[in-house]
Design a protein around this ligand. Structure first.
Ligand code: C5P
Length: 221
């Protein structure tokens, strides 16, 4: 079983979420999807919450950390599906570029990580800035990459599987737009930590990525 923190960072469509959940399950660790936190705050802003920093401070976002069922609650209601919809996806990078929003959510993320480590021993945390900003002392840092085409194809298949409208061209444009935005923002932009191991998932399936990650976890011990 995992002791400590695994940081999984990288852009959209690398298979990060699926693989992070599976890794956490396999290691009987907790799981935290930080992207879902930015998405839930964005949903609250879109619903008329007003100033993003105020929303982040007061928002009733509750993150499930069970990798089998990582439900996201907003004011007590399950918004796990809605936060993946096109409205939130379009707006989330802008909300997550607000420095005060990041400060508040990073504090919350650190508290969730500390609680999970003391309760369960370990946690797999996924996002864009986990290895660089949220958990710079993580025991293992992996930065997942894949070609933009491969990432757009993955996202499109995921959308189809979840019953959302899916269009490869639009998804590719969205993936590129968010990458540009996320990697060029002033506050903790998306980037590989110096001590992170880069794993290119372009030609790997889920099982292949999981095997590579488990090898890295073993190598660390
Ligand atoms: O991982 P996901 O695609 O759900 O993340 C949605 C958005 O949240 C990203 O495009 C990025 O703008 C933001 N994000 C972030 N920092 C994180 C995780 C996500 O800025 N640690």
């Amino acid at each position: 079983d995992l002791r400590g923190v695994i940081a999984l960072d990288g852009p959209a469509g690398t298979g990060k979420s699926t693989v992070a959940r599976r890794l956490a399950s396999t290691l009987r660790a907790a799981y935290l999807d930080t992207g879902a936190m930015y998405r839930a705050v964005t949903l609250a802003v879109l619903r008329g919450g007003g100033d993003p920093a105020e929303v982040a401070k007061s928002s009733g976002v509750q993150m499930g950390t069970n990798p089998e069922d990582p439900t996201v609650l907003l004011d007590g209601a399950d918004v796990s599906a809605e936060i993946r919809g096109p409205e939130v996806t379009l707006a989330v990078s802008e909300v997550s570029a607000v420095a005060e929003v990041r400060r508040i959510l990073v504090d919350q993320q650190r508290a969730i990580i500390a609680a999970a480590v003391s309760a369960q021993g370990g946690i797999v945390v996924e996002g864009r800035d986990i290895g660089t900003a949220v958990a710079p002392d993580a025991d293992l840092k992996v930065y997942l990459t894949a070609s933009a085409d491969a990432r757009a194809q993955r996202r499109t298949r995921q959308d189809e599987a979840a019953g959302r409208a899916a269009n490869l061209e639009e998804t590719l444009a969205d993936v590129r737009r968010r990458d540009d935005y996320d990697s060029s923002r002033a506050v903790s932009p998306m980037r590989k930590a110096d001590d992170a191991i880069e794993l290119d998932t372009t030609d790997l399936d889920l099982a292949g990525v999981l095997t590579s990650l488990l090898d890295l976890v073993d190598g660390r011990e």
